[in-house]
Design a protein around this ligand. Structure first.
Ligand code: SAH
Ligand code: SF4
Ligand code: F3S
Length: 471
């Protein structure tokens, strides 16, 4: 049993990142024969992409995917730690699986993802959820076949969670969830340690993949007919800073663009590492989409300082305005936390003021959630939850108003759309995303799926557009 260790997880040393290749032994390839699996994914795109690797490994072992957990032989929960409610959801699901396991003792249950990296969670599993068969962390996804095998040979919960800074494993198989767009990891982990955030603990030290591995993956995707890649990392603008190569995010964006893949996206951008040369590259290359996720978290410089975000409201606005000026028609989205410890009404009003200035195209808004082990966990917090909820409603009213306003401005224009598939519930309905990452619904035939086409916007809603396609 290898248990998570928080003290180890927050260490950062200069030790070199180990790079290894995924391997699977032939004797592991028969374990799943005749059995079905179900993976439930919580959290961010990083987790979604990990699930794509997990599914492919399971299929290499002979398991077949099933979309109902109730009659699957293997159930894996790929969990998220970012806020308390992510925890609650996963534990709620474990509760439902417990009933199932009382009826069908032979089902195998595993838990992985960010919650597996938390000491408290694993202790709770070992005490109260002894029937869970195995737990593995974010650093050793590639070990799944071995861990699964060991758990089948054992009556106890197999736990293998590393809290080291992390290595890079290449060559994992992948079962992609979309047919035309793909996630490509460019870096793992995070060294920013924003005071509210658990990610540096659950995902380890920042480590960038080698550029050739990334470019080759994109070329391969392009050759297979993929139309879009999203370059993934917790803080993609810092790409390469941990390598000795003097090759940064602007170089990578340029080289990924030069592969000729029709659409390039990237997320998430921390404002701190966003350079002017990155902005220039984005505006220069047409296949880099004019859509940027630029989390601000708060509009109060005092709170930003307590959050450890390393920029002021004014610095953020300066960057925001430069991006808007230099990249025509760019859409910018953000993340905002309300109710951070010590946030007063006047701080919150600064956030509303910032939102009025930025008029975001999209925003994900959250109430601060205390995460065990983070620095903000120790800050005194005097605001009650009712007040925090009120702030969230007030904020949402304003951000929603601007989503709609921005969408309405597009009515009557033509937008470029990657058609992803059939929209549910509407005969002949298709859906896709614009270059600015807005969902658009319109009518058309199957031959359009997987193509990038021009669609006229005829109506705007808060979270989507309606379009008309005329061949
Ligand atoms: N790496 C990304 C963020 C990943 S987490 C970045 O730096 O932008 C996604 C979002 O969750 C964050 O932007 C933040 O708004 C929110 N979040 C993170 N920790 C939180 C917490 N403890 N409580 C509430 N929201 C949180
Ligand atoms: Fe968390 Fe900050 Fe790292 Fe984003 S940059 S993952 S918010 S610590
Ligand atoms: Fe959640 Fe881990 Fe992503 S905490 S948001 S799944 S990195």
């Amino acid at each position: 049993m290898i248990l998570p260790n928080y003290n180890e997880a927050k260490k950062r040393t200069k030790s070199e990142v180990l790079r290894e290749e995924y391997i699977i032994n032939d004797d592991l390839k028969k374990i799943g024969e005749g059995k079905t699996y179900f993976v439930k994914t919580y959290g961010c795109q990083m987790n979604e992409h990990d699930t794509e690797n997990i599914k492919a490994m399971l299929e290499e072992m002979g398991f077949i995917e099933n979309d109902d957990y109730k009659n699957s032989d293997l159930i894996i929960l790929n969990t998220c730690s970012i806020r308390e409610n992510a925890h609650n959801k996963a534990f709620g699901m474990l509760g439902r699986i417990k009933h199932l396991k009382e009826e069908r003792k032979d089902i195998i249950v595993g838990l992985c993802g960010c919650m597996a990296q938390e000491e408290g969670v694993v202790n709770r599993i070992l005490e109260k959820y002894k029937w869970v068969n195995f737990v593995f962390g974010t650093h050793n996804i590639h070990r799944l076949p071995f861990i699964l095998k060991d758990s089948l040979d054992s009556n106890n919960t197999e736990v293998e969670v590393y809290s080291k800074e992390g290595n890079i494993v290449e060559g994992l198989p992948v079962k992609r969830q979309h047919s035309y767009k793909a996630y490509v990891n460019i870096m793992y982990g995070c060294d920013k340690f924003c005071t509210y955030c658990i990610v540096p603990f659950t995902r380890g030290k920042q480590r960038s993949r080698n550029k050739d591995d990334i470019i080759n993956e994109v070329i391969d995707l392009k050759n297979k007919g993929y139309m879009e890649v999203t370059l993934l990392g917790q803080n993609v603008n810092a790409y390469g800073k941990d390598l000795d190569t003097n090759y940064g995010m602007e170089d990578l964006l340029r080289d990924v663009s030069l592969t000729g893949i029709p659409r390039v996206r990237f997320m998430t951008s921390h404002p701190w590492d966003f350079t002017d040369s990155m902005i220039d590259v984005i505006s220069k290359y047409d296949n880099i989409m004019p859509s940027i996720h630029l989390p601000v978290q708060s509009g109060s410089s005092r709170i930003l300082k307590l959050m450890g975000r390393r920029y002021t409201k004014e610095e953020y606005l300066k960057l925001f305005n430069t991006i808007k000026e230099k990249i025509p028609n760019v859409s910018i989205s953000t993340d905002i936390i309300v109710g951070f410890p010590k946030e007063e009404e006047e701080d919150f009003l600064e956030t509303l003021d910032l939102v009025e200035k930025c008029k975001y195209d999209n925003a994900f808004t959250f109430i601060f959630s205390k995460r065990e082990g983070t620095a903000a966990c120790k800050l005194e917090d005097n605001t009650d939850i009712k007040e925090k909820e009120k702030r969230l409603y007030r904020l949402n009213d304003i951000v929603n108003k601007y989503f709609l306003e921005n969408n309405k401005r597009l009515v009557g224009t033509k937008v470029s759309v990657l058609v992803e598939g059939r929209a549910q519930g509407r005969k002949n309905g298709l859906f896709g995303y614009t270059d600015t990452n807005k969902l658009i619904n319109f009518d058309g035939d199957d031959s359009l799926i997987g193509k990038i086409i021009s669609v006229e916007v005829v109506d705007a809603k808060t979270w989507s557009l309606d379009g008309k396609y005329e061949g």
